[in-house]
Design a protein around this ligand. Structure first.
Ligand code: SF4
Ligand code: SF4
Ligand code: FES
Length: 388
C-alpha cells in the first residue's frame, strides 16, 4: 500500500524546524513504526525516533499522530492509507524535544523516581516460612496501574502539566497508586502525604485526556481519583482539593445537589471567603449565588444516601469505595425510596446483584474487585478467598 506521512523535523542544536512529507510503499499490515523504519532505511537516515520492542511493551515509541499521543508500534496504517489521509507525526507534548520525534524524558523519570516506585515492605512473614500470598481481589485494586509501560503518552496530553510543569503528572501518580494500593507496602501514609502536597494529586484538572490516550488501559485519572479517596480516608485532607471533594460528598448526602454557596467557605475557609465578597456580591446581583433557603433537596436524594450507606456498610472506604461507587452508580436500579433497606433493594426484580462483603468472596462475579479482572475475558487465576 502507498502511505504518505508528514513529519515535524526539529533540531534542538540549531532550532531548525520543518514539516517534511514522505511517501513510501509499505506492506498492508504496517504500523506507523514500520513506516518510519522504511523511511529511515530507504529515504532519510537522519530521521530520529525511539523504538525497541516493536510489540507495545517497552514504551519507547510514544509520539503524536495528528496531535494526539500514540504508540507508533500499535498504530496500524491500513485504514489511514485507504482513506488517502496524510497524518502529521510530531514529538510528544510536555517534554522538551531533542531531535525530531525524540523527547527528553529526564523530567519524566525524575517524577517517576520521586514516587519511590518500589515496595517498602511492612508485612508479617507467614509462620510457615513460605511466601506472603495476596488474594486476587486485593491485587485487582492495582491491576490497571501495574500495566503501565512508562511510555509517556498520558504526560504528553496532560492539561495540568501544561500550566504547571512541576505537576507530578498522570504516569507518576498512577505509579504511586500501584504502591499505595499494595497490601504489602508499609509506606502508605508517607506516600499519601507526599502525593497530596504541592504539584500532587489535587492539581489534576480531571480532563481525562490521560485515560483517553493511554495505550495500555491504565486509566491514570482513575488512579489519581483513587489516591484522592485514599488520602481523605487516611485523614490527609489539608489541601483545598481534598476539602472540595469532601464537600461534594456532604452535599450529595444531604441534598443530592451541590450546595455551591457553601462550597467556597468549606473549601477555602472563612478568611479567604471574606476576601471574595466582592465577587460574591456580583453573583448575588446576577441571581447566580444560589441562596435559596432551605436549600433545594433532590427528590431522589435517598439514592445518594443509600449509595453512601452501601459503601460504608461494606467497609469500602478510600480507593475501594471509589471503584465501588462507579460500579454501583452504573448499575443501581432507580426509583426506590429512602425507606427501603439495601437488602430490599437488592431483592427487587431487575436490581443488580448484591456485591460481596469483605470476606464473602466474589463467587457471583459481582463487586468491582473481581470485575477489574486480571486478563479481560479470563477468569481470575485464584478463586476468592484463596489468598493469604
Ligand atoms: S485528568 Fe488530570 S492527570 Fe489526566 S491528563 Fe487531565 S489533568 Fe492530567
Ligand atoms: S499510564 Fe499509560 S500512557 Fe501513561 S505512561 Fe503508563 S502506559 Fe503510558
Ligand atoms: S517499540 Fe516498544 S512499545 Fe513501541
Amino acid at each position: 500500500m502507498q502511505v504518505a506521512l508528514k513529519v515535524w523535523r526539529y533540531d534542538s542544536s540549531t532550532g531548525d524546524r520543518a514539516l517534511r512529507e514522505y511517501e513510501i510503499d509499505a506492506p498492508e499490515e504496517a504500523t506507523l513504526l514500520d513506516c518510519l523504519d522504511i523511511i529511515k532505511d530507504r529515504q532519510d537516515g537522519s530521521l530520529a525516533y525511539r523504538k525497541s520492542c516493536r510489540m507495545m511493551i517497552c514504551g519507547s515509541c510514544g509520539m503524536r499522530m495528528d496531535g494526539a499521543a500514540v504508540l507508533a508500534c500499535k498504530t496500524r496504517m491500513y485504514d489511514i492509507a485507504q482513506e488517502g489521509r496524510i497524518p502529521v507525526i510530531s514529538a510528544m507534548g510536555n517534554m522538551p524535544i531533542v531531535k525530531d520525534l525524540v523527547v527528553d524524558m529526564d523530567p519524566f523519570w525524575s517524577k517517576f523516581k520521586a514516587m519511590k516506585p518500589y515496595l517498602q515492605p511492612g508485612y508479617d512473614r507467614p509462620e510457615d516460612g513460605r511466601e506472603y500470598r495476596i488474594s486476587q481481589e486485593r491485587m485487582n485494586v492495582v491491576h490497571k496501574e501495574a500495566l503501565c509501560i512508562n511510555c509517556g503518552a498520558c504526560v504528553s496530553e496532560c492539561n495540568a502539566m501544561e500550566s504547571d510543569p512541576e505537576f507530578l503528572g498522570p504516569q507518576a501518580l498512577a505509579k504511586g497508586m500501584r504502591f499505595v494500593g499494595d497490601p504489602r507496602d508499609a509506606a502508605t501514609v508517607e506516600r499519601l502525604e507526599q502525593y497530596s502536597g504541592p504539584h500532587g494529586i489535587w492539581e489534576c484538572t480531571r480532563c481525562f485526556f490521560c485515560n483517553e490516550r493511554c495505550p495500555k488501559g491504565v486509566d491514570p485519572r482513575d488512579a489519581i481519583a483513587k489516591l484522592g479517596a485514599e488520602a481523605v480516608h487516611h485523614g490527609i485532607d489539608r489541601d483545598m482539593g481534598a476539602k472540595h471533594a469532601k464537600w461534594f460528598i456532604r452535599s450529595t448526602e444531604t441534598t443530592g445537589w451541590l450546595r455551591e454557596t457553601e462550597l467556597v467557605p468549606k473549601t477555602q475557609g472563612i478568611v479567604s471567603s471574606v476576601k471574595q465578597m466582592k465577587f460574591a456580591m456580583g453573583l448575588i446581583k446576577h441571581n447566580k449565588a444560589g441562596l435559596a433557603f432551605p436549600p433545594h433537596v433532590a427528590r431522589d436524594v435517598g439514592e445518594a444516601r443509600n449509595l453512601r450507606k452501601l459503601t460504608q456498610q461494606q467497609d469500602r472506604q478510600g480507593a475501594l469505595g471509589h471503584v465501588q461507587g462507579e460500579r454501583a452508580l452504573s448499575r443501581l436500579a432507580h426509583g426506590h425510596t429512602g425507606d427501603e433497606s439495601l437488602e430490599q433493594i437488592y431483592e427487587r426484580q431487575g436490581a443488580f446483584t448484591r456485591p460481596y462483603l469483605p470476606g464473602e468472596g466474589s463467587a457471583g462475579g459481582q463487586g468491582s474487585l473481581t470485575q477489574a479482572d486480571v486478563t479481560p475475558g479470563e477468569q481470575p487465576t485464584k478463586k476468592p478467598g484463596g489468598g493469604a
